[in-house]
Design a protein around this ligand. Structure first.
Ligand code: FMN
Ligand code: SF4
Length: 492
């Protein structure tokens, strides 16, 4: 059998950088009103998890350096990584689920304000997620988690051809089924149990037989509202409610949400909790902070929400008082790759994940402004409904023309650039100063994303290539080889 051909990489688009006067007149560098605040420009660095917090979720000096470095490039808005709203362990990701996190977050805000001379608005993305366990050893799963069901023994007997298997007691069945191997597991186990064995246990918002899942609509508004209140206390200019990708709130918005308790099963039902969370957050922060959200323009998975759903959700969120909406795409668990034993399923490994962070190998169109049609459709629908809520587009933006054309055409109100900003956090500023030729251009091959997947400190492969040998100030990873922040813009 021949392996499927990997698509050839598409070349990076040619870039024509403007001079300073052209840049100054560009829409990209005009202010954007976001409810109670105004962004100085329409440049935006969206949330990117760097894996730099303590294991308990506190801000570290490396977090300060990471966000401070982005702030030095003075984007209009910088969004801090997906930050957990619960007081539970979640590894080296930032958390905001208790007042003890506020002092560290306040230091983070101060660093961003200092580095950007107060020019960058700093938001924090608020996330809730459900339990995802690592893929178990089959022996462990059969011993600890397998629950024999009526009919399993008979089904095994059909496969093995041994009539006596139909009479096995539970303990003997456990052993016999484990020994029978993957084909038998697939045939005997129900879909969910097989998935648990093959990919690891993963909760869904539809698991309403579990009390803590059933009660999500009762607990999440207050959890998000308390987190938002802490964000204001820490000095953030705004919060971004994470209603995108593989996490709890996106799963409520998903067409796959068939809850029958009024929080699923219809567009109104799917929207109910996101709107209740928004109302609770707004009540908690009033006009003290921008309240934004990030949703999916398309889930990409079979049976998932599509652009029509996203348009409907955007209008409802605008009517609910949302200040700004950021659009993403895909990044779901459902089509993710089967993980190795001992690893957890990762939502950016399947086709929907590839659409979320598209590389130069995605197809002949490539990643460049790939998801802009989703933002354009949502913006159009929101405007048609009589709202002016700004829309932020993301996905493969890496030249001035790409961004400016999207804004001038009215496809978006701000442009978010994650990986190009990672490759060169000064890139917006270089464009603004008419020094675009000095930009270190992202190659969109996702070395950074591979590190994220392995839960290792995220860095860019280009940072280590043009190291000034005399630069001793840039912090490095423990192995001494990788830079933990982008090298300084030496010409500045
Ligand atoms: C390392 C890494 C971490 C990311 N973490 C988040 C996150 O915490 N929240 C989020 O909404 N998106 C996250 N994203 C997705 C980006 O915000 C962005 O939507 C995506 O990379 C596409 O934009 P780009 O083509 O400009 O990179 C992450 C992306 C990368 C590369
Ligand atoms: S590691 Fe690669 S994809 Fe990631 S920011 Fe750097 S150049 Fe871009």
């Amino acid at each position: 059998m021949t392996a499927p051909k990997r698509p050839r990489p598409v070349p990076l688009p040619e870039a024509h950088w403007p001079d300073a006067a052209t840049a100054a007149a560009a829409r990209l560098f005009q202010p954007l009103s976001l409810g109670p605040r105004t962004a100085r420009t329409r440049t935006w660095v969206p949330a990117m998890v760097p894996w730099r917090a303590t294991d308990d979720g506190f801000v570290t000096p490396n977090n300060l350096d990471w966000y401070g470095r982005f702030a030095r490039g003075r984007p209009g808005v910088l969004v801090a990584e997906a930050t957990g709203i619960r007081d539970v362990k979640s590894g080296p990701l930032l958390r905001i689920g208790h007042d003890r996190f506020v002092p560290g977050l306040r230091d983070l805000v101060q660093r961003v304000k200092d580095e950007s001379d107060g020019e960058t608005l700093f938001f924090v993305q608020l996330i809730d997620f459900l339990v995802v366990r690592r893929r178990p050893e089959p022996a462990t799963w059969f011993a600890r988690w397998y629950r024999p069901q009526p009919g399993h023994a008979a089904a095994l007997a059909d496969i093995t051809g041994r009539a006596e298997d139909a009479a096995l007691d539970d303990d003997a069945l456990r052993t016999a089924l484990q020994e029978a191997g993957p084909e038998a597991w697939r045939a005997v186990l129900d879909e969910r149990a097989f998935e648990e064995l093959e990919r690891g246990y993963r909760e869904r918002v539809t698991d309403t037989h579990l009390p803590h899942i059933r009660d999500l609509p009762q607990v999440l508004p207050e959890l998000f509202a308390s987190a938002a209140r802490r964000a204001v206390e820490a000095g953030f200019d705004g919060v971004e409610l994470h209603y995108a990708h593989a996490y709890t709130m996106a799963s409520f918005l998903s067409r796959t949400n068939v809850r029958t308790d009024g929080y699923g099963g219809s567009p109104e039902g799917r929207l109910r909790l996101p709107l209740e969370v928004l109302a609770a957050v707004r009540a908690a922060v009033g006009d003290a902070a921008v309240v934004g959200a990030r949703i999916l323009g398309d889930e990409v998975i079979a049976g998932g929400s599509r652009i029509d759903d996203a348009c409907r959700y955007a209008i409802a969120l605008a009517e609910g008082g949302l200040d700004v909406l950021s659009l993403s795409k895909g990044g779901r668990f459902e089509d993710a790759k089967v993980p190795r034993i001992g690893e957890a399923v990762y939502p950016y490994t399947g086709p929907s994940g590839h659409e979320c962070m598209p590389t130069v190998r995605i197809d002949e169109r490539g990643p460049f402004a790939r998801n802009l049609p989703l933002a354009a459709a949502v913006r159009n629908a929101v405007h048609q409904a009589g709202h002016a809520m700004p829309i932020v587009a993301a996905g493969g933006f890496c030249t001035f023309d790409m961004m400016e054309d999207a804004l001038v055409a009215g496809h978006a109100d701000a442009i978010a650039s994650a990986r190009q900003s990672l490759a060169d956090p000064d890139w917006f500023e270089k464009i603004r100063q008419g020094r675009g030729d000095e930009i270190r251009r992202c190659v969109f091959t996702n070395y950074c994303e591979g590190l994220d997947q392995m839960h290792r400190e995220v860095t860019c492969k280009l940072w280590d290539k043009d190291i000034a040998p005399d630069d001793t100030t840039t912090p490095r990873a423990a192995d001494g080889r990788r830079r933990l922040v982008a090298p300084p813009w030496l010409a500045s």
